[in-house]
Design a protein around this ligand. Structure first.
Ligand code: SF4
Ligand code: SF4
Length: 488
């Protein structure tokens, strides 16, 4: 072992030894617990843009998104891109792919020239601008669902989701091809997608340029090893600088870890700061805001297991008017208690037409039983339920992460109530989908409605479940309502 290697290892062990362990540990934890956090942040950015640019949504509906986005933005603007270096599971996947074939090897050289690197880095900023201007802003371009490699990665990163994967895979073939290309690139270029293609990375890069925390490495104390540049995950040429305030820096701390002179440090105002603490606090804040947003969303939706069509009910009976005092939206009455309880449909429909109608029928009918018992009813309705006998039917559909189960109540040839019995998708995505898609189904009396932007597969899962309950066919939505990039 050369003196050089000995020095590197001794500094690494004594002073920086815990940094890679903590970082890898957080990466693994995030991969297991919040694998789609990068999709959530991206969607949050989109939701906020849509509200500002087009008035779509309300502050209350995007509150969880807002909490997450503000926290991630504030942490990144102040402390830097710890999210990218320590938390993002898509980034962790790239780390793994790049390092696996190099296990046991010493320091690998840069694989892309500085000039090529500079040119390619522009691509992600161009992508970000194009999405913001042409997709979100002017809405001239619609990116169809099934093309996002992020979505596909989010789907396959949940190992227990294999049944859903097999059902959804045909719709994801373009995304799978793109992901395969990213995987291939990641074997040869470290953080290939982060460096050149990630629009969220471009956003983080722009907002982190004025960060307080930065890597300090006074050139006068440098040796001639250039090891910091060699080890930099995103190819920043550190040799020529005293401090790294580059937005490209993802705070991986590899330069700090490997500097044989212990010259590279995380610093604020030229004073060394504890990188372990900075990384851990940043991660806790961002993950905490995600859980807080989900919690708030769950609380807000705790009573939204059952959705009843007031308009439909008014057409069939005046009994539904007893519940209209609870209606805050124009067309939907939200009531009921536990979406996860099969009894919720019965409880919530006590004051509705559905209940009156259901008393004469089988309220616990299954989808299979429903199909057998479907009878023509005298009705003037032209909706999808016009030929279906009164009753409550159960059906299942496939969301992004698993099965969605609903109970659908039909009365007088109309769908009058849809209760979510259970679902396996992320709460944040599912809530966004359910509150709008069920409303649309009830209003249109159709099972094939638009998907909600940013929750396409949760939307399709709900539509499929309702169609299954009624034993009718439906057309999966491939384009979201807001013409967004269909991530998730
Ligand atoms: S640049 Fe994008 S993919 Fe890479 S770590 Fe950051 S958010 Fe994740
Ligand atoms: S400058 Fe250092 S902390 Fe920043 S990305 Fe490069 S190696 Fe990581």
């Amino acid at each position: 072992m050369s003196n050089y290697d000995r020095n590197t290892r001794s500094v690494s062990r004594s002073k920086k030894g815990w940094i890679p362990w903590l970082r890898r540990g957080i990466q693994v934890l995030c991969f297991l617990l919040v694998p789609s956090l990068f999709i959530q942040i991206w969607n949050s950015l989109k939701e906020v843009f849509m509200l500002i640019l087009h008035g779509e949504g309300t502050l209350s509906t995007i509150a969880p998104d807002l909490v997450l986005l503000i926290t991630a933005t504030a942490v990144t603007a102040l402390a830097g891109r710890f999210f990218c270096g320590w938390m993002c599971s898509f980034g962790a996947m790239q780390d793994l792919l790049y390092r696996l074939p190099r296990l046991g090897k010493k320091h690998s050289r840069r694989s892309v020239s500085e000039r090529t690197d500079d040119i390619l880095k522009v691509v992600k900023y161009s992508l970000l601008i194009a999405i913001v201007v042409f997709v979100w802003g002017l809405q001239l371009v619609t990116i169809p669902s099934g093309t996002s490699p992020w979505d596909f990665f989010g789907m396959i990163s949940v190992f227990w989701n294999m049944p859903a994967l097999s059902v959804l895979f045909p719709a994801f073939i373009p995304a799978a091809i793109l992901l395969a290309a990213i995987v291939a690139g990641s074997f040869f270029i470290e953080r290939f997608f982060c460096r050149y293609l990630c629009p969220l990375g471009a956003y983080f890069s722009l907002i982190s340029r004025a960060r307080l925390f930065y890597v300090s490495k006074p050139r006068e104390n440098c040796g001639r090893c250039s090891l910091c540049s060699v080890k930099c995950s995103v190819g920043i040429p550190l040799g020529e600088t005293n401090r790294v305030k580059d937005g490209e820096c993802i705070d991986c701390m590899e330069c700090v870890r490997y500097c044989p002179s212990a010259n590279a440090e995380l610093a604020v105002d030229e004073r060394e700061r504890n990188a372990l603490a900075a990384g851990a606090v940043s991660c806790v804040l961002i993950a905490g805001s995600s859980y807080l947003g989900n919690f708030v969303s769950m609380q807000a939706n705790a009573g939204t297991g059952s959705y009843m069509a007031s308009a439909a009910s008014e057409d069939t009976t005046s009994a539904s008017e007893t519940d209209t005092t609870a209606a805050t939206s124009a067309d939907v009455i939200v009531s009921g208690q536990a979406a996860s309880s099969a009894d919720s449909a019965d409880v919530s429909s006590e004051n509705t037409t559905a209940e009156a109608a259901s008393e004469d029928t089988t309220t616990a009918a299954t989808a299979a039983a429903a199909s057998d018992e479907t009878q023509a009813v005298a009705s003037t309705s032209s909706g999808v339920a016009s030929q279906i006998a009164d009753g409550t039917y159960t059906g299942t559909g496939t969301g992004l992460r698993g099965t969605t189960t609903v109970q659908v109540t039909v009365a007088g040839g109309q769908i009058t109530d849809i209760s979510v019995v259970s679902y396996e998708d992320d709460q944040q995505f599912f809530s966004r989908a359910s509150s709008t898609v069920i409303d649309e189904i009830l209003q249109q009396q159709d099972v094939s409605v638009d998907a909600v932007s940013g929750a396409t597969y949760s939307s399709n899962g709900i539509m499929e479940a309702v169609a299954d309950a009624l034993n009718v066919s439906y057309t999966p939505a491939t384009v979201s309502q807001q013409g967004g990039p269909g991530m998730h």
